[in-house]
Design a protein. Structure first.
Length: 359
């Protein structure tokens, strides 16, 4: 049985804002989006970065929403660089003008991850609800490359675009990506709400996997392709967040410290705020971060399973969303008594199911 361990998190996920010019149907942000007036102030974020460096965190990922919607992004990147934190910007790219790129570069940004909704304009505009986004993203990719920064391109796959995965990989390669992420939608937030219209068929998943494997072999040594399958087709769950309270800390736009991006969905989980506590204190002592840390909390079948320190029982938020309880094995696991639920969700998926866009 592993004891809760106090080693610092490897990375801080700074969700600067929920504001975003795009309105993707699969967005993992919560259904209740935070307004600008509720967001942490610049000085709060600067203090959080100080505290992160002080406890030995090595990386900070600036995300959202669209982190470039924050006017102080360059200030925060500059501060992270001063603290020798490796900084990654996770962006849709539609606000990445020449001027913004120059400012971020001067401030010391280390890496940019650029998301695409599709390989082609029509599909991208259908999913993201932003006219002209595809051209802006292509320009953003060129700016990132011209700045000499490593580029990761990210494509989210679902029922409406899975058949274009080959073209997505070609686009990512043409743009000079050092890494391409092909990630099937994860069903949280708006993605969960729109699951029926987004979940791919088994045939689509199998074709996607074949195309990715072929491209991986062909592009070996040129670039890396990360591939995330939809949990609902898996036999074993993912180690969500690398284990609860194990490797990552998320800070929400309002300053709540979260063990994962969907932790606010778990009822009765007292989530501490960085407005009131240091992140070192939160990491080591808060009830929220200890609740599902390690293996002691686990019921069967996880408690006696030889994968309990590999996947840490899967995802607490998915267990909650699918069974109503966060403290049971993730139903994605074949050993879970609730595993049969997934076949029902796959069965009811339909490309004509209505999709609701985030506000
Ligand atoms: Fe993971 Fe629990 Fe399933 Fe074992 S029983 S594989 S620990 S979810
Ligand atoms: Fe919360 Fe997986 S998203 S534990």
């Amino acid at each position: 049985m592993s004891a809760p361990h106090p080693a610092p998190p490897m990375a801080l996920l700074a969700e600067l804002t929920h504001r975003c010019p795009l309105k993707c149907f699969y967005c993992s942000n919560p259904l209740e989006l935070v307004r600008a007036s509720g967001e942490l102030r610049t000085e709060d974020w600067l203090r959080v970065l100080d505290e992160a460096a002080a406890i030995g965190i090595l990386q900070v990922h600036f995300s959202g929403g669209e982190p470039m919607a924050r006017k102080d992004l360059v200030t925060l990147v500059r501060h992270a660089a001063k603290l020798q934190l490796y900084s990654n910007l996770i962006t849709s790219g539609v606000l990445l003008t020449d001027e913004a790129m120059a400012e971020l570069l001067e401030a010391g940004i280390d890496h940019i991850q650029l998301s695409f909704q599709d390989s082609e304009q029509q599909g991208a505009e259908f999913i993201g609800g932003y006219k002209g986004a595809q051209a802006k993203k292509m320009d953003a990719a060129r700016r990132i490359k011209n700045a000499g920064l490593p580029l990761t391109t990210n494509f989210v796959i679902h029922r409406h675009n899975a058949d274009r995965v080959g073209a997505m990989i070609e686009l990512g390669a043409e743009l000079g990506s050092s890494r391409i992420e092909i990630a099937h939608t994860q069903y949280y937030g708006w993605g969960l709400l729109n699951r029926d219209g987004l979940l791919p068929s088994r045939e689509q998943l199998d074709r996607t996997s074949e195309v990715v494997e072929e491209a991986r072999a062909r592009l070996k040594g040129v670039l890396t392709i990360d591939y995330v399958i939809p949990d609902y087709y898996a036999a074993r769950p993912k180690a969500c967040m690398g284990g609860w309270g194990n490797r990552f800390m998320n800070i929400s736009p309002t300053g709540k410290a979260l063990p994962c991006h969907a932790a606010e969905t778990i009822p009765d989980l007292a989530l501490p705020s960085v407005r009131d506590h240091s992140i070192g204190d939160i990491w080591a002592h808060s009830e929220a971060f200890q609740k599902f840390r390690g293996t002691e909390w686990m019921p069967e079948p996880c408690q006696s399973c030889d994968r309990r320190e590999i996947d840490w029982g899967g995802c607490r938020c998915q267990a909650l969303a699918l069974t109503g309880r966060a403290d049971v094995a993730d139903p994605v696991c074949e050993k879970s008594a609730d595993h049969a639920l997934l076949a029902g969700f796959i069965e009811q998926a339909d490309i004509n199911a209505p999709l609701k866009a985030r506000g």
